[in-house]
Structure formats: C-alpha cells, structure tokens
Design a protein around this ligand. Structure first.
Ligand SMILES: N[C@@H](CCC(=O)N[C@@H](CS)C(=O)NCC(=O)O)C(=O)O
Length: 221
C-alpha cells in the first residue's frame, strides 16, 4: 500500500493520477500546508526540504515528482506509461523527462515564489527571467511533442502526459493579461496531448476531487 502526502492542486496531483491510472491501491494523507506541517520535524523526515509530494512505498519514502513517476512507471512496464529501460525510445524519453523536471518545473516554481531565488527585492527580475526562459523551454517541448513520440502521445496515456499536463495547467492558471500566463493554444502539439490526457478517468477523478474543473490541463479552473 502506498501513502501519498498530498495537497489539492499541488505536485502530488500528477502522482495521484498515475497511481489511479495504474490501479494501485493508495492512501491519501492531506498535508496541512496552512498549519505549517511542511516545516514540522515529522514531515521533514519524509522530505528534507518540506515539499509536496512525498510517497511512502514498501521500498522507503520517495520525493521528487519526476523520480516518483518514473519509479511507478518502471514497476508497471505493461502499462506503457514510459518506454521500458531497454527500448530504443528510452533515451529520448529520459532526456525530455529530465529536461522538464530540471528546467520547466523549477522556472515555473519561480513564477509562484519569485522571492525565494534571490530575495524579495529581486522578485521582479526573477519573474521576468524565468518567464523568458519558460518561453524557450516551451518552444523546445512543443517541437519534441510535434514529432509525435510514443511517450508523449495524444492518443494514449503517458507519464510525460500527466507530468506536463500538470505543469501546463499551472502555466495557464494566471489570469488573462498577467505576464506570467502561458497560452497553451500557442503550442498546438502540447495542447493536443493535454486535451487527451485530461479525458483520462484518472485525471477526471483527481480534478473532481481537488476542484480543478472539467478541463484541468487546458482550461484550469
Ligand atoms: N522538485 C520538487 C518540487 C516540489 C514542490 O515545489 N512542491 C510544492 C507544491 S507544488 C510545495 O511543496 N510547495 C510548498 C512550499 O514551497 O512551501 C518536485 O518535483 O517534487
């Protein structure tokens, strides 16, 4: 049995969707963010930085969203959520998974917490720099998606589809006119992937439970 430490509309969303997609029994453990639980010694024992998600597994506690997703997919090779370690597509898949987790995800977090990178006085500069970088990253990801790789399909579920769907949701969640906002319609291949992924029962279940709206990836509520 897995135990997922989670909070609505946070990075636990992708892990939760993949657990559901794989039909893996799991228990949700809501984190009391407002109550300061992330800073508590008990939570820091699960995640040294006090971040969501953390997943308790029979092999120990895991953190880092991409690592958790990859670990889950690798343990269910029949699911096809990710190319198997010995498949020809693995190299391409891995490089784009790490590209996403080490570039897009952190720059996106800078848009939400711009004071953390260089202090409150530099928050504006951090926001501007990260938003510009996100434009470059999105263009590269769009080109990768447009090549139609099996690991980022608009016809079947993939690990990358869930991970990117979540990140695209957040990029599209800023109000119209907000310079941080990303218009997903400007990235048609990624839009097609997100539009397919949000129809998956796993995505719909989490969206309903976490109040993310009927189109959680392409039209964030
Ligand atoms: N690199 C981490 C980032 C996790 C992360 O930043 N989680 C956010 C929620 S989406 C969080 O816990 N924020 C609470 C905080 O920063 O205080 C991962 O991929 O798991």
């Amino acid at each position: 049995m897995y135990r997922l430490h989670a909070s609505p509309d946070s990075a636990s969303m992708a892990v939760r969707m993949v657990l559901l997609e794989l039909g893996l029994p799991h228990e949700l453990r809501p984190v009391d963010r407002a109550g300061g639980e992330l800073a508590s010694p008990d939570y820091r024992a699960l995640h040294p930085l006090g971040l969501i998600p953390a997943l308790e597994t029979p092999d120990g506690t895991m953190f880092e969203t991409a690592a958790i997703l990859l670990w889950l997919a690798d343990r269910a090779p029949q699911s096809g959520l990710a190319p198997a370690p010995d498949s020809a597509a693995r190299a391409d898949f891995l490089k784009w998974l790490f590209f996403t987790s080490t570039n897009l995800h952190p720059h996106l977090l800078n848009l939400f917490y711009p004071d953390r990178a260089a202090g409150a006085a530099n928050a504006g500069a951090v926001t501007e720099a990260s938003r510009a970088r996100i434009g470059t990253l999105m263009a590269a990801l769009e080109a990768a998606a447009a090549r139609g790789p099996d690991w980022l399909s608009d016809r079947r579920p993939t690990l990358m589809g869930y991970y990117l769907g979540m990140l695209l949701r957040w990029l599209g969640s800023f109000p119209p006119g907000d310079p941080r906002r990303v218009e997903l319609t400007e990235y048609p291949a990624l839009h097609r992937v997100a539009a397919y992924m949000e129809t998956r029962p796993a995505a719909q279940t989490v969206a309903a439970d976490e109040g993310l709206g009927p189109l959680p990836f392409t039209e964030p509520a």
